[in-house]
Design a protein around this ligand. Structure first.
Ligand code: TYM
Length: 333
């Protein structure tokens, strides 16, 4: 059976990169797979979260998924901390994964910064919890943006080692990453060499899912570009990361190949193209933003969706966890 699992962290500032790199693909996959989507709050607390903000961000992320088109009736939408199998399986995987593997994780190095000894132990073990998220459901496919590729390779390493260590061939499937669409790595609006990120200190660097039309127009108008007009062919974007980023965002939102966008807009100045881009971004995001605002006024609905989702997720994960415990040699109750 083909089962999709993916997640996003409720750390606020959900942005266009999250939407184009992940959530939009999650919506499309609902037609062909059984899908499980998760608000990964256990991952969020690997760096400090103010409790009141965390609570609001969990609801906001769930709302953005529903507003984007995730169907919590047909598929499963839930909150990681409400299903204990994630934390339990993560511990077992902490004992399977090797320190050397985790030492190679570039995201840990970036997030921990210079003072690595001060990072939480949870931040270091983060990929092992991510493997538990996926394998607690024996998921076969994981749609993510480019930046999660290394974590998924580690998940496959953990699954392989578990299967070998316990002579349980094929116990865990090796999940396939699905890195889909043209916008697998949306870049900052201020610096084409940095990815668009929730934690960028400049709000002007990202397009937030909650930005209103005026804010979107201002951010796109001020986005960094170079002085040349748009090229007519894709190889004209070489060495022009900011130009490439804006064209890619436009192509992704319009569901058109980059080549078609350039054939249409090649030779125009960025001022004109930015106006066209603003129109598309506003057009595509406004219905989602409006629905998010409506759902914000109904936290009890969101809480009920998450509670129901957790029950259904638990019903899949618990029997798998029982099997894992059996394989490891624990006594089940
Ligand atoms: P997170 O919360 O950082 O991001 C959520 C999703 O958005 C993608 N993404 C981007 N895609 C394109 N361009 C960007 N600039 C950009 N920024 C973020 C991410 O690749 C991700 O797909 N570790 C994960 C959450 C997680 C998870 C999982 C994912 C926890 N457990 C299990 C899959 C399966 C994360 O921090 O995503």
């Amino acid at each position: 059976m083909q089962r999709v699992f993916s997640g996003a962290q409720p750390t606020g500032n959900l942005h266009l990169g999250n939407y184009l790199g992940a959530i939009r693909n999650w919506v499309a996959l609902q037609n062909d797979f059984e899908c499980i989507y998760c608000v990964v709050d256990l991952h969020a607390i690997t760096v400090w979260q103010e409790p009141g903000e965390l609570r609001a961000n969990i609801r906001e992320l769930a709302a953005s998924m529903i507003a984007s088109g995730i169907d919590p009736e047909k598929h499963i939408l839930f909150n990681q901390s409400q299903v204990s199998a994630h934390a339990e399986l993560a511990w077992i995987f902490n004992c399977v994964a090797r320190i050397g593997w985790l030492n190679r994780m570039t995201q840990f190095k970036e997030k921990a910064g210079k003072h690595r000894e001060n990072a939480s132990l949870g931040l270091y073990a983060y990929p092992s919890l991510m493997a538990a998220d996926i394998l607690a459901y024996k998921a076969t496919h994981v749609p993510v943006g480019e930046d999660q590729k290394q974590h998924l390779e580690l998940t496959r390493d953990i699954a392989t080692k578990f299967n070998n260590d316990f002579s349980a061939e094929d116990f865990f499937p090796l999940p396939e990453p699905l890195i889909l669409g043209p916008a697998t790595r949306v870049m900052s609006l201020r610096d084409g060499s940095k990815k668009m990120s929730k934690s960028d200190s400049s709000d002007m660097a990202r397009i937030n899912m909650t930005d209103d039309a005026d804010t979107l127009a201002k951010k796109i108008r001020k986005a960094k570009t170079d002085a040349e007009p748009l090229p007519s062919e894709a190889d004209g974007l070489e060495g022009r990361p900011e130009a490439r980023n804006l064209v890619t965002i436009y192509a992704a939102l319009m569901d058109k190949p980059v080549a078609d966008v350039l054939a249409e807009h090649g030779g125009t100045q960025f001022s004109g193209f930015k106006q066209a881009l603003t129109d598309v971004v506003v057009d595509k995001l406004a219905p989602i933003t409006e629905e998010m605002a409506r759902l914000k006024n109904d936290p009890s609905y969101i809480d009920a969706v998450l509670a129901k989702g957790a029950e259904r997720a638990d019903a899949i994960a618990q029997p798998i966890l029982r099997e894992v415990k059996e394989v490891v040699g624990f006594l089940n109750r």
